[in-house]
Design a binder for this molecule. Structure first.
Ligand code: PHE
Length: 448
């Protein structure tokens, strides 16, 4: 590891950072919402299977490419390539991932900004600033711009400090806070009337729905988004891991944390919806399905919190702080992708590159805020439904077909000397070569 590029100082640091990237709005908002609109527990079951059987192998491919390359996504891919054609291909995949990360950040920071303004609102109300509190939860152009910029400012602040002092330090602080808050909220909701019904809806699968194509597609998309695949993020995080670490277990641990937190978030949100229903809040849409999407987070849950009186202000604060933290540990990873590329390929100082790229993405975010009605959906679909699966698939193709098997083995062997005789090595190469690209391709094609 080159001293100048930095790296994670400890195994725990890497786990917190990678889990921080993985655990985000996708887990705490996306997963429960998808579960609510896709038949409850059946979706949870399919998600668990797909996360370990498809997303984990693809995740390993990205981590391995990064640790082998010890560089940004483009340089890491190109290090594996052996001729000009493959180098070009490596550039397209690596750079495509970087652009995808930047596009995701451009809309993610808007939603994260809402989370922050909703977190401050209960404080303003407690302090007696009713007018300001109302402003904080009413969608207005000024509020959206201010909070998007604030959130982007925080992201830039952390990334300017580099890997160890920025990403690692803040992930190690924020992730335990996030887990603690999540557990406290679950315990609290559990004590409220109506939560049992929610637990039942969440935990009893309707097995007949398990093979529905739409459910499978949503679950796979969710798993890929959640593990931050196809965005160059895991390649760059992989490049900061020391060679002495066992990547196979590290990758599995991160996947396990990601999936567990999504599961826990469901344990909070779905019962909370039923509690809201017990208090007279409508939780079913006109077609009979559970309310999901932004209505759930910004209408149903706030209605629940406000029905709780003064306690509700603290619960609302806790919930939206949780959301904001989850978003921040993910957004820093999105910014690190493009920043590491510019720093390493164009010899730019990290502080300068971070500020410039962060501001450029903020300009795009503001453009989206101004055209919120169509652009948010457009950029989100483009990056997460098209960009991520295509690039994740190409990463698997790269690792499975272009990278020499013996070179892959010697990379995995570092930190895991017996891997050759393990189940992982019997299954994974074959999986990344055939199963992952085919499955991702099929699901992608079907979703079109
Ligand atoms: N995994 C994050 C989440 O679940 C989102 C993310 C996507 C982060 C792509 C980095 C890159 O919210």
């Amino acid at each position: 590891m080159g001293v100048s590029r930095g790296g994670f100082s400890s195994r725990f640091g890497f786990i917190m950072a990678a889990a921080g990237s993985a655990v985000g709005l996708g887990n705490i908002w996306g997963f429960p919402t998808q579960t609510a609109s896709n038949g409850g527990a059946a979706f949870v079951l399919v998600y668990l299977v797909l996360a370990f059987c498809l997303a984990y192998p693809a995740f390993m491919a990205e981590l391995l490419i990064g640790r082998y390359g010890q560089a940004n996504a483009v340089s890491s891919m190109q290090k594996i390539a052996r001729n000009t054609g493959q180098k070009r291909f490596g550039f397209v995949v690596g750079f495509g991932g970087i652009i995808c990360a930047a596009l995701i950040l451009s809309f993610y920071s808007i939603i994260a900004g809402w989370m922050m303004s909703y977190a401050i609102e209960p404080l303003a109300r407690l302090a007696g600033f009713t007018g300001e509190a109302d402003w904080l939860i009413n969608h207005s152009l000024t509020r959206n711009i201010i909070f998007t910029a604030l959130f982007m400012g925080l992201t830039i602040f952390i990334i300017r400090r580099g890997v160890e002092e920025g990403i690692e330090k803040w992930s190690k602080r924020l992730m335990p806070m996030l887990i603690g808050l999540l557990i406290l909220l679950i315990i609290y909701v559990f004590t409220l009337d109506g939560s049992r019904e929610g637990f039942n809806a969440y935990l009893n699968p309707d097995i007949s729905r398990v093979f529905e194509p739409d459910l499978l597609i949503s679950a796979l998309g969710q798993a890929f988004f959640s593990l931050s695949l196809g965005t160059s993020v895991m390649i760059i995080y992989g490049s900061y891991i020391a060679k002495k670490e066992n990547l196979v277990t590290l990758g599995a641990q991160v996947t396990l944390i990601d999936v567990s937190i999504a599961f826990l978030a469901g344990l909070l949100i779905i019962p909370a919806m039923y509690v809201a229903q017990a208090q007279g809040v409508a939780i079913f849409a006109e077609d009979g399905s559970l309310i999901s999407g932004s209505n759930l987070v910004f209408t149903v849950l706030p209605a629940l919190f406000s029905g709780m009186g003064k306690v509700g202000l603290f619960v609302a604060f806790g919930f939206f702080v949780l959301m904001s933290i989850a978003a921040l540990t993910s957004s820093i990873s999105m910014l690190e992708g493009p920043v590491s590329f510019v720093v390493e390929r164009h010899d730019t100082p990290r502080e300068k590159a971070t500020t410039l790229i962060g501001l450029a993405i903020l300009v795009l975010s503001i453009l989206i805020v101004i055209n919120l009605d169509w652009m948010l959906d457009f950029v989100a679909t483009l990056s997460t439904q098209y960009g991520q699966p295509i690039i994740a698939m190409l990463c698997c193709v790269f690792a499975g077909w272009i990278w020499h098997r013996s070179d892959v083995l010697s990379e995995i062997k570092q930190g895991n000397i017996d891997v050759e005789h393990s189940l992982f090595w019997k299954v994974w190469p074959w999986y990344t070569k055939f199963i992952c690209p085919t499955a991702i391709g099929l699901v992608f094609w079907h979703s079109l």
